[in-house]
Unconditional design. Sequence first.
Length: 326
Amino acid sequence: MSVFNSLFGKFLISPAELNSMGVIGLNKRNAKYLLPNNRRRLYRLVDDKLESKKLALEAGINTPELYGVLESPRQLKHLAAILDSREDFVVKPVKGSGGKGIIVVTGRKRGDFLKPSGATVTLDEMKWHITNILGGLYSLGGQRDKAMIEYRVQPDAMFSSISYLGVPDIRVVLFHGYPVMAMIRLATAASDGRANLHQGAVGAGIDLATGQSIHAVCLGVKIEKHPDTEFPLDEIVIPDWQELLRLATSCYDCTGLGYMGVDMMVDENKGPLLIELNARPGLAIQIANGNGLRHRLDTIAARVRKAPNASVEERIAFSLKEFTAS
């Protein structure tokens, strides 16, 4: 767990202190929480974004509208027609992870596609990028993939002064359908408008009970203000927080995965939308919250043994009572 020494602020933290905080590393996550609780046959439900979208829609969970899917290089001849009437959209690898291979288009400039950073992408460059997606450059295990083109979320008005260009996303980690920990990821100039912590986005921990930000980091360093917008990161209150929690918690009932991450966004007109499900959510959420996962995970495990068939509402109520930051 020495990797966390440089990530919990400016000062080194001893292994004993990390253990006391309940910080877990990849080996502990995999051996104790992930592998025993995620059946292998269920991974496909979240590793494939089209499959996830289908499950969500069947369960009445809103997702961004799908504009098109490209499955082979031959279909690239249809790309111009698919994008012809679209001023903005998102291109994603269906089996990608960690934000890799995603291109966000916010408008057009002289016939080219405009990215959040102001850089442009030509149609030929977009075709080449999609060719790389199809070849598996961004997919799990390098397997051949598909490219999906979908609606670009329009951020809720309260986010316009917080994040830099891109739309913030909210991640909730679930354990047996109980919310464990949450964070909001805010795009920066360094992250090119994408809410990916490894690319320089801001991660702010969120109090489960209130939807209020409690702690924030950027590239592993604790910060007080957004590096580009200078918005105070302890003043974020997530809109529609209870609805977001209900959406996230319901995803357990769709997939059956015991340990998972749920990524969501709040659209100005459409409200909360499910963006992605993750069977292997990373551990940076601990850094964003300045707190470890272990104590919460073990508390939920004990609860599940006593009440194995709790409803969505009961699971949310338990987590809000046990894991409030106040």
